[in-house]
Design a protein around this ligand. Structure first.
Ligand SMILES: [Zn+2]
Length: 192
C-alpha cells in the first residue's frame, strides 16, 4: 500500500494524467483525513474549486489542495511527537497516563478523524492547518466549554459523542469540561 509521500509525489507529477493525480490525492485521505475521508475530500474540493467530474481541471488546484493537506499533516504529526515524548517522560517518572485521552490518541493516531464530521457536507471552511492548530491548543490547554475549532457554544450529542452544532466537527471529549459534556447529553429544550 502506497504511503502518503509517494501518493503526494504522484499528485505533483506533471507526467501523470490529471485523473490519476486526482485519484492519488483522494488516496492521500486514506492516510490523513482530519474530518474523516468524505468530509475532508469535500473540504478540499470546495476550497480549491474542483469537483469529482471536473474534466477541465487545472492540476495546480490539486497541488494547492495537497499543499494544504500536507501542511496540516505536518502540524498534526509534530503534535503527536510532542505528545508521545511527554508520555514517555511521564512513564519514566512513574506517572500514569490519562486513560481517556490516551485511548483517543490511539484511535486517531496519524491524524484520521481527529475532528470527524458526521455530515460530510458540514465542516469548517478555514484552512486545515489552522483548524488543527486550534484543536492542538485546546488539547494542550485542557478542557473548556466551547468548540475548540470555531469557539461556538453549541456542543450537542451526535451519534457516539459530542459535536459542534455550528461548524459540524466531532469534539474530542478530552477538550470539554464535565459540565459541557453533561449539557451536550441533555436533549434540546423544545423551541417556544
Ligand atoms: Zn465548532
Amino acid at each position: 500500500m502506497a504511503g502518503f509521500r509517494s501518493l503526494a509525489r504522484q499528485v505533483r507529477d506533471p507526467g501523470c494524467d490529471t485523473a490519476l493525480r486526482r485519484y492519488s490525492l483522494r488516496k492521500c485521505l486514506e492516510r490523513f483525513a482530519p474530518y474523516g475521508h468524505r468530509a475532508t475530500w469535500d473540504h478540499l474540493c470546495r476550497r480549491h474549486r474542483f469537483g469529482p467530474e471536473d474534466r477541465e481541471l487545472d492540476p495546480q488546484r490539486l497541488v494547492a489542495a495537497l499543499d494544504e493537506l500536507e501542511e496540516a499533516r505536518a502540524v498534526w504529526l509534530a503534535y503527536e511527537e510532542r505528545f508521545a515524548a511527554r508520555r514517555r517522560r511521564e512513564k519514566h517518572e512513574g506517572l500514569r497516563g490519562l486513560g481517556a485521552l490516551d485511548d483517543w490518541h490511539r484511535r486517531v493516531w496519524g491524524g484520521n478523524g481527529v475532528v470527524r464530521c458526521g455530515d460530510p457536507a458540514v465542516h469548517p471552511s478555514d484552512p486545515l492547518p489552522e483548524v488543527l492548530r486550534r484543536l492542538i491548543t485546546a488539547l494542550e490547554r485542557g478542557p473548556g466549554e466551547e468548540c475548540p475549532v470555531c469557539g461556538g457554544p453549541r456542543i450537542e450529542w451526535a451519534g457516539l459523542g459530542p459535536a459542534c452544532g455550528d461548524c459540524g466537527v466531532g469534539v474530542p471529549r478530552a477538550v470539554l469540561t464535565t459540565g459541557a459534556l453533561t449539557r451536550a447529553r441533555r436533549p434540546l429544550a423544545p423551541a417556544a
